[in-house]
Write a protein that binds this ligand. Structure first.
Ligand code: DX5
Ligand code: ZN
Length: 216
């Protein structure tokens, strides 16, 4: 299991140190939650903050766009140093054009599904994707309760990917901690996002090691 601490739960007054802390704690990615106050009822940060954060770690930046029109901003996030860009299948941009635009910057594209969206919504695009992100909370806020009933979507995505001979990474996001990560591992998740579970822990290295140990 790989762990992607969500930057949303960091102490933003010490943004650089927080990233160094995650690097030392052996995180696998940094997950960055971008919210526009329109697609979701919350506003976080945009490309400039990601650009400031970029020099503090070499960990891959996994940018999760919870915005209505991702296509308009892909260039900004590419310039800011994103390594992976995921956006929602429920957004207003043309899905295929947005995937192609992300790929044109040599960035790994991913599609995200909200809890009420069926797994099949990503099937038409799967061939072009690097990752599918299955939300295990309603997007918008950190610190919510895990929705275990989202996990059957993982098998549906795996089965479809297999039928078209495609390897796909599957990430889960929301409410993942020591009590819920084992279920994710069992369901076949490759990467787990954890915000409060890692950033709010006194010892982030121990928190990440403990999360991984739950999966063995
Ligand atoms: C929710 C975000 C998540 C969130 C995870 O909209 O996409 O990445 O920050 O935080 P926790 O782990 O606290 O649920
Ligand atoms: Zn997220």
């Amino acid at each position: 299991m790989e762990i992607a601490p969500s930057f949303l739960s960091c102490d933003f007054s010490r943004l650089g140190e927080e990233l160094v802390r995650m690097d030392k704690a052996k995180a696998d990615y940094i997950h960055l939650d971008v919210m526009d106050g329109h697609f979701v009822p919350n506003i976080t940060f945009g490309a400039p903050v990601i650009k400031w954060a970029r020099p503090y770690t070499k960990l891959p930046f996994d940018v999760h766009l919870m915005i209505s029109e991702p296509h308009r901003y892909i260039k900004d996030f590419a310039d800011a140093g994103a390594d992976i860009i995921t956006f929602h299948v429920e957004c207003d941009s043309d899905i295929e054009e947005t995937i192609d635009l992300i790929r044109s910057y040599d960035i790994k594209p991913g599609l995200v599904i909200k809890p009420n969206t069926p797994a099949s919504a990503v099937f038409p695009y799967l061939e072009k994707l690097w990752m599918v992100l299955v939300m295990t909370v309603e997007p918008g806020f950190g610190g919510q309760s895990f929705m275990g009933d989202m996990l059957p979507k993982v098998k549906e995505i795996r089965d479809y990917a297999k039928s078209i001979g495609k390897d796909i990474i599957i990430e889960a996001d929301g409410g993942i901690n020591g009590d819920t990560i084992a279920e994710c591992a069992e369901a076949g998740i490759d990467i787990c996002v954890s915000g409060t579970g890692v950033f709010k822990a006194d010892d982030a290295a121990k928190a990440i090691a403990d999360l991984k140990a739950e999966c063995n």
